[in-house]
Design a protein around this ligand. Structure first.
Ligand code: SF4
Length: 279
């Protein structure tokens, strides 16, 4: 008989990233529910620049929220220091390198250049379109309930437009359009603003900002988007509840396992990486 894997029993909150983790590998999802499984702060190599750029922007938005001037030079310096410090400790702080992937030393200059370019573009093309708005929050976790299910969100920036709409912004460091996934992510944010802040959908203005190109993609979330998100949440809860507590299926694939935070705890993942051609 399946164990009781309800969110209440396993004490988990649904989030967009957890939903992606469940779809990618149920075992990784299960590991992630137990804090002691999580090694000290580690990030994926693919998000190194993104993490630095996000943190640098967040620091400047902190200043803006306090009524101080923002500085693109200060942001570039912050990102540079963050990348430098993570890279220096890369055998512990970058998941793929901790899992045995060898990255060239010279990549550091490339990462620094990309971060600098993204931030230049942000402060010249993007920020002037938001700097006149009124700050609500940025990079802070928020929780809300939907039909008894606890949901967690963390938006990059939410701010009020002059016409009293709430712009909810997600910075994407890469330039790739992830289509439906982006829409679902923004619909989850809209669901939070709708349920938690009581805003009607026409006052919620979710958007994706691509820092690589400077493009801003605006979405109008409609009821059908919220229904779709609810279906995903219900489906995730149903899937998890059907697993036996100790037997969440593994889904080993080289790229996934090499970039998995729980690789060191997962024999299937270790085999997958060790047995792959070229290893
Ligand atoms: S190492 Fe691979 S199989 Fe194991 S939990 Fe991670 S993604 Fe899943």
């Amino acid at each position: 008989m399946p164990a009781d894997n309800s969110p209440q029993t396993l004490k988990w909150r649904w989030s967009y990233s957890r939903s992606n983790s469940l779809a990618s590998c149920p075992t990784a999802f299960r590991f992630g529910l137990t804090p002691r499984n999580r090694p000290r702060a580690r990030i994926n190599l693919s998000v190194l620049v993104g993490v630095a750029v996000h943190q640098a922007i967040a620091k400047e938005i902190d200043k803006w929220a306090r009524g101080e001037l923002v500085s693109d030079t200060a942001a570039q310096m912050s990102a540079r220091n963050i990348i430098q410090s993570i890279w220096k400790d890369r055998w512990n702080s970058i998941i793929e390198i901790a899992n045995g992937f060898e990255e060239e030393e010279s990549k550091l200059d490339f990462f620094q250049r990309v971060a600098k370019n993204r931030l230049k573009r942000f402060f010249t093309m993007i920020w002037p379109q938001f700097s006149h708005m009124r700050h609500e929050l940025h990079e802070e976790p928020r929780k809300f309930q939907l039909d008894g299910i606890r949901i967690a969100v963390k938006v990059d920036l939410a701010c009020w437009t002059p016409s009293d709409g709430l712009a909810i912004v997600d910075w994407k460091t890469g330039g790739r359009d992830t289509g439906l996934r982006e829409r679902v992510q923004l619909a989850v944010y809209a669901l939070w603003a709708h349920k938690q802040m009581g805003l009607s959908l026409d006052r919620i203005l979710p958007m994706i900002v691509r820092l690589k190109s400077g493009e801003i993609v605006r979405y109008q979330v409609v009821d059908a988007d919220l229904e779709y998100v609810k279906e995903i949440i219900d489906s995730d809860i149903r899937i998890v509840s059907e697993y036996s507590q100790s037997e969440f299926p593994v889904s080993p694939e080289y790229n996934k396992c090499m970039s998995c935070l729980y690789h060191h705890k997962c024999s299937a993942g270790m085999n997958e990486v060790d047995l792959s051609p070229g290893r």
